[in-house]
Structure formats: C-alpha cells, structure tokens
Design a protein around this ligand. Structure first.
Ligand code: SAM
Length: 635
C-alpha cells in the first residue's frame, strides 16, 4: 500500500467498547477509557504538574484512536489554572475514524462534549499526511499525522515533553512497538521528557532503556497491576531547549505572504512591524480581484502535490478560524472544477483518484453530464471537483489577516526597505536615504521579487513572470456558479466581473496587452463554450497585469535565508551558513493564496521551536538554501 493512501477504520463495538478487527483488540480499557487516560497517560507523565510554569508543552502520542487521551489532556489543561499558554499535541494514526464516528463514540462522555464538538468540527478530510488543527482559539494545537508510524515517525520534527505510547497490545500489534520505532523516540525527546504506557512487556522496556529512558513500573489501571513510565536521562549530551526571549519581528512586504506572517506571529504574542513601500497592502502580485483556491494533484503523490494539499487544507481551516470565507473577507467556497482536456487526461484524472483513494469531501470525479448541469455548458469530458475550493480576493484577505493582529502589529506603509544591517543581534532596516525604519532580532523578507533590492537576498533565484487577467461582464446568467479550470480559469462574478486568466509571459510590460487578452478569450471559449464573450468586452481592454514571483523549481522559499558571503561546509542543507535571524517567505508563483497561511505557520513554528506542521522531508523541499546547495554539489 503506498504511503500516501489512507485506510480509515470502520467503527465496530464489542460490549460497547470500540474494537479494531484488524488487530483483534479494544481501543481502551473495559474498566473506563477516560479513567485509563487520566491514570496511565496523564498520571504516568506527571501531568498536569509537569507542564506548570512552562510557556508551551508538547505531547507526542502513538495511536490517536478515538482521541480519548487527547480529550482528557485538553480537559485537564482547561481546568488547570497554572497551565502553559500553548499545548502542542502531535498524534500518529494509521486508521483514523470518520468525524461522525468520533462524535458517536465521544457521546458516552457528556463531560467531554464541548471539546469533542470542537474537535469533530475541525476534523480534516481523511487524507494521508500532516493536519494541523488549531483548537481552543489556537491554544491547543493538534498535529494529526495520518499514516503508518514506521513511515511517519522519522518525518516528525518535534521536541516532546511527554510521550503517550498507545498502540494496542504489543502481542496484537508488534509493528507499533518494534525496536526500530521505540529506539527512534529519543530523537524526538525534549530534555527531561517522560513517557507512559500500559504495557510492561520486557522487550518494550529494554528498548526504551537503551534509547535513554530510565523506566519504572508503578501500579497500572484496572486489572493491570503495573504500567510503564520512563524519564529521558540519556548518557549522552542533549541539545538545549529552544527558548525565544525577544519576540519582535519585522516583516517586509504587505502582500499575501507578509500579511499571513504577521497574523501567525502576532497570534503567538510576537510584536510585529510591517514595512511596505505602497500605501496599502496587496498592491502587487496579490492585487487581483479573485485568486483561485485549489490543491494540486499528481498520480504518484509527489512532494509538490503533498505540500500543496497540506497548504490548501491548512488555508481553508485557517480562514474558517479568521471568521470564514465570504464573511471575514471577500471570497466564496463555491467549489472548483478542473476539466479534463481530452479523453486521455480524463483517464489519468480518474486513475489518480483510484490510486490516491482520496475522500469525496476533498475531491471527486464528475461525469460530463454533471459538469454540463453544473456549468450550463456542454462538456465533452468530466472533471475533478474540489468541493471546498473556490475564490478569494487576496487584498481583502490581507486586510482581514492584518486586522486579526490587533495591537501586536505596527504598520509602516509608504516606506521602502532598502538595506538590512545586523548589529549586536539586532537587524536594522534602513530606507534608501539610510534612515532607520525599524529594528528587531528577526526579519522576515516577504516582498516577492523585491528581495533583489536587499544585499542579503540579492542572489536568491527569483524570477518575475508576467500574468495578465481579463475582466469580463458576462451577465449573471452566463457567469459560472463555481470556478472552472482547464487551460486557465474563469471565476464566478466578483463585483460584477468574471476573471479569466492568466497568461504566462516572459516580458515585463506592465500595461494591459491585446494579445494577452485574446489569449484569455480563447481560454474562455474552451472553458465555457456556450458563452459568447461578445465584441464589446473583447474590444475593451479590461483586466490587470501582475508579476508572479517564481523559483526555478516552482516551489516557494520558506525558512532561514542563506548567507552567500560565507562558504558552504558540506553537502547537507544544515551545512549552508545562514544569516542569523533572517528568514524568507517568497516564490509563491500563482499559488500565493494557499501557500501563504501554511508557510507562515511553518515559519512561526520554526521560530518558536514548536513541532513542524509538516514532514521534515517536505520542509527541506522549501528550504531557501536548496539552490545554493545544489550549485555547491555541482562544484
Ligand atoms: N490513544 C487512543 C485514544 O485515546 O483513543 C487509543 C489508541 S488505540 C489503543 C491504538 C491506535 O493505534 C489505533 O487507533 C490504531 O489504528 C493505531 N495504530 C495501530 N497500528 C498503527 C501503526 N502502525 N501506525 C500508526 N497507528 C497505528
């Protein structure tokens, strides 16, 4: 079974307790699931006492199941007046339940009802990979990792303060307790980390001890006389805990990338200064009337599509928390159709769905007749339908994200950052006249191709690709009710205009061009053959020209920026020297809407030393130093 395909579990009960056919075991003690959670997992890890006085605390669980341990922990956190400001809970699960099953199972514990309702409302589509859920106004951060522990564990980046090992009995599910898995836990252990589990099996205990955990066997729960607890006390030196003291950052660029960075940092209590050379946000690449919100698909589940999928799902969840698409900012979750070009592509699209086994609430195949009924236009081929996709006005989203920062944001608009200078651990941002605009220990460069104006980022391989969109008043009877993509796209009416786009041009012409407009009209004729864009709109040049900031591999740059003035010392990414405190968010191409919230969350997690919301291997794909390293390897 490919790692990117997920097999959800079918709910089955045995004497009222959820039961897993595949493992021949029950999900929790027959003597009380909630009590077991409290005794074994919380109690065994010394919680809640151990999290007191901490700013943040991270728990890693193997086997999320029905989330009973999670809910018990969340409840204990809520009731504790000395709780940490933020609780991270990272949980691996190979066979997740559907939200409706979770709801049904949790109904046995009415006291968990409000928490269960929040969890179920935020529950992601059952798609393999990482899903970051922000609960309790972002103070409980649940990173669900859907997949087999053997594939997922090596790809998690976290420093766990406590482990909950809960993967059925080792005799029923030895894979979950294999020495290879248990021996790897120490990579994820924070200093003074602890663990707890109900099993006292000798092999498990011995492997954990070899991995650096001092183990003990206090009384167990229910009929179990003992359980296993462990304290991480390796003989080898541990890296110190990351701790940020000065939470101040400057973000350069108030487009979609920069605005999302402000929002994610401000939500964590950072004081952010936003510098923008225009008078308002989203004046350049983020200035279109409507941007498309959709994921990217590939038959082999390649890295680019897995990243885009994670980003798309995160963006949609994040926007719901901001107040909702169409409520907090302009946009509509009307769905996106991606039409097959011809019979061959239709076959590939259908085969992709078969192979990836994606659920219908993420994507489904739509036959030509249904496409025709949805669009009012004859269709010779079927399409993928992304029911959660749609369109958003980027400038409106930027305003909503900046408004959400509240007093944690200072906007310095109409100021152009021309130089960066670092002194005594602080970056000074200067204007073209050399005057200081602001200073902070951290700077995030998010101004797209403008990065080339700064000395430190002048060599980043960024390119500007011209894109012209055409605005057409098709009339409400002709405007499509949802976004239609194929070769290009057409949106529903936004402020009375449908957007058709977009061209990919190599030149730098900023004015609207007739040949680009004609290209867009040809796209429209393919996407909506029944709609005659009559001569009037065709004759009138209406639309917008923007420049996408792209990288050579078309993936964004997210993370610490390389220092091109220092030599690379080896062939790994970590061997590329970086500018301390200088980070980048750029190269979003035409997918700024979906990259922005996710990349900002990723960067904020890095800055805070929190668990990453994504696979380590995928994070590397976004590393701004990858091009410098490639050049070094080529010699
Ligand atoms: N901790 C859960 C709770 O609080 O509800 C109960 C966990 S249940 C005992 C064990 C879980 O481990 C199941 O949900 C099962 O699907 C999951 N699991 C089993 N083998 C796995 C594997 N190889 N990788 C990831 N998860 C696995």
């Amino acid at each position: 079974m490919p790692a990117h395909r997920l097999t959800p579990v079918t709910l089955k009960l045995q004497d009222g307790i959820p039961y897993a056919d595949a493992y021949g075991d029950i999900y929790h003690s027959a003597e009380g699931g909630l009590e077991q959670a409290r005794h074994v997992f919380l109690g065994g890890n010394g919680l809640p006492e151990r999290w007191r006085g901490r700013r943040g605390f991270t728990i890693l669980e193997t086997g999320f199941g029905l989330g009973l341990n999670f809910l018990a922990t969340w409840q204990a956190w809520r009731e504790d007046r000395e709780r940490p400001a933020q609780l991270h809970y990272v949980a691996i699960e190979k066979h997740p339940f559907a939200a409706a099953d979770l709801e049904r199972l949790h109904s046995l514990w009415p006291q968990l009802q409000p928490l269960s309702a929040q969890l179920c409302a935020a529950w992601p589509p059952l798609v393999a990979g990482f899903h970051r859920l922000m609960l309790d106004e972002g103070r409980i951060v649940l990173t669900l990792v859907f997949g087999d522990i053997a594939d997922c564990l090596p790809d998690i980046q976290a420093a766990a303060d406590a482990f909950y090992l809960d993967g059925f009995a080792p005799s029923r599910n030895p894979e979950m307790w294999s020495p290879q898995i248990l021996a790897r836990l120490n990579r994820l252990a924070a200093p003074e980390s602890t663990l707890a589990t109900y099993t006292v099996t000798g092999n498990v205990r011995r492997t954990l001890m070899q991995a650096g955990f001092l183990c003990d066997r206090p009384p167990g729960f229910g009929r179990k006389p003992q359980m296993l607890v462990g304290r991480f006390a390796p003989r080898w030196q541990q890296p110190p805990r990351v701790s940020v003291q000065d939470r101040r950052a400057i973000v350069i660029g108030a487009g979609i990338a920069g605005s999302a960075a402000c929002e994610r940092l401000a939500a964590r209590g950072w004081q952010v200064t936003l510098i923008e050379r225009h008078a308002r946000p989203a004046q350049e690449a983020s200035g279109n009337l409507a941007g498309i919100v959709m994921p990217m698909m590939s038959r082999d589940g390649n890295q680019a599509s897995r990243l885009a999928r994670a980003a798309y799902l995160f963006a949609i969840a994040q926007w719901a928390r901001l107040g909702g698409i169409g409520t907090a900012f302009a946009g509509r979750q009307c769905g996106v159709l991606q039409l097959a070009r011809d019979g061959e592509q239709a076959r590939v699209q259908q085969a992709t769905l078969q192979e990836l086994g994606l659920p219908g609430d993420f994507v489904r195949w739509v036959e030509p007749e249904e496409v025709a009924a949805m669009t009012g236009n004859a269709a010779s081929q079927g399409a993928w339908l992304f029911p959660r996709g749609g369109w958003v006005t980027p400038a409106s989203l930027c305003e909503a994200m900046l408004a959400a920062c509240g007093p944690n944001l200072v906007r310095l608009f109409g100021r152009g950052a021309a130089a960066l200078e670092r002194r005594d651990g602080t970056w000074m941002v200067r204007d073209a006249a050399g005057a200081e605009i602001a200073n902070a220990p951290v700077v995030v460069v998010a101004g797209g191709i403008d990065a080339h104006r700064l000395h430190q980022t002048r060599n980043l391989p960024l390119d500007a690709v011209r894109g012209q969109v055409t605005h057409l008043d098709l009339g409400s009877e002709n405007a499509p009710p949802l976004v239609i993509c194929g070769d290009g796209y057409v949106t529903p009416e936004v402020q009375g205009l449908c957007t058709v786009g977009a061209t990919y041009d190599v030149d730098a012409e900023t004015a609207l061009r007739r040949d680009s407009q004609e290209e867009n009209l040809r796209r429209l004729a393919q996407l909506l053959p029944a709609v005659q864009a009559d001569d009037a709109p065709a004759a009138e040049l209406r639309g917008r020209v923007g420049f996408r900031c792209v990288t050579p591999d078309r993936m964004p740059l997210v993370g610490a920026l390389p220092d091109a003035d220092l030599p690379i010392t080896g062939s790994r990414l970590r061997d590329v020297p970086r500018h301390p405190g200088l980070y980048g968010l750029m190269g979003y191409g035409s997918r700024g809407l979906i990259w922005a919230p996710f990349a900002a969350e990723l960067l904020a997690s890095v800055l805070e030393g929190e668990p990453l919301p994504i696979e380590r291997s995928l994070f590397d794909v976004l590393d701004p130093a990858r091009f410098a390293l490639k050049a070094y390897r080529r010699g």
